[in-house]
Design a protein around this ligand. Structure first.
Ligand code: FE
Ligand code: FE
Ligand code: MG
Length: 166
C-alpha cells in the first residue's frame, strides 16, 4: 500500500473499504449469474442472448479485479472466502431456475439496476474526497449503465419478434 496515496483520501478509509468489499461480493455473484445463465439459456434468440451474457460475465470479472486492486491499495483485504459473498452483497444472487431467455434477462436487468445504484452511491461518497476510487466507480458505472441498456434492448427485440407471430 502506498502511504501518500492513502493519506490523500479525505474520507474514512474503513467506510470506503466497506463499500468496496460489498461491491466486490456483488461483482463475483454477478459474474457467476451471467456465466451460468449463458450455459443453460433456452428460447428465442438464444445465440444473441448467450453472446451478451458472456460479454457481461467478462466485464463483471474485470470489475471484481478493479475493485480488489483498489481495496489492496487502500490497505484492505478483499473478502477471503466465497462463503462471505452472501453476507456482504448488496444485490444478491438470483439463481437461474428458469433457463428461458426472458427470465434470465429479467433477473440480470434487476442485478444491473442494483449495481447502478451501488456505484452511484460510491460516487457520491467519494466525490472530491477520493479521486482514485471515484474514477474507478465512474468507469464501472458506465459499464453497468451499458449492460442494463443492452439487456433491455434484447428484451425488446425478443418481444417484437414474438408479437409479430401472434
Ligand atoms: Fe459489474
Ligand atoms: Fe453489469
Ligand atoms: Mg454488452
Amino acid at each position: 500500500m502506498g502511504t501518500k496515496g492513502r493519506e490523500i483520501v479525505g474520507v474514512n478509509i474503513e467506510m470506503i473499504l466497506s463499500l468496496l468489499n460489498k461491491a466486490f461480493a456483488d461483482e463475483w455473484l454477478a459474474y457467476y449469474q451471467y456465466w451460468l445463465g449463458a450455459k443453460i439459456a433456452k428460447g428465442p434468440m438464444k445465440e444473441a442472448v448467450i453472446a451478451e451474457l458472456l460479454q457481461h460475465a467478462t466485464d463483471e470479472l474485470r470489475h471484481a479485479d478493479l475493485v480488489a486492486n483498489r481495496i489492496v491499495q487502500l490497505g484492505g483485504t478483499p473478502i477471503l472466502s466465497p462463503q462471505l459473498w452472501y453476507d456482504f452483497t448488496n444485490c444478491g444472487y438470483d439463481a437461474p431456475e428458469n433457463p428461458h431467455v426472458m427470465q434470465l434477462l429479467q433477473q440480470n436487468i434487476k442485478g444491473e439496476q442494483c449495481a447502478i445504484t451501488v456505484y452511484n452511491t460510491m460516487l457520491v461518497e467519494t466525490r472530491e474526497k477520493d479521486p482514485v476510487t471515484y474514477n474507478m466507480a465512474l468507469q464501472i458505472l458506465q459499464d453497468e449503465v451499458e449492460h442494463e441498456e443492452d439487456l433491455q434492448s434484447l428484451q425488446e427485440d425478443i418481444e417484437l419478434m414474438l408479437n409479430r407471430h401472434s
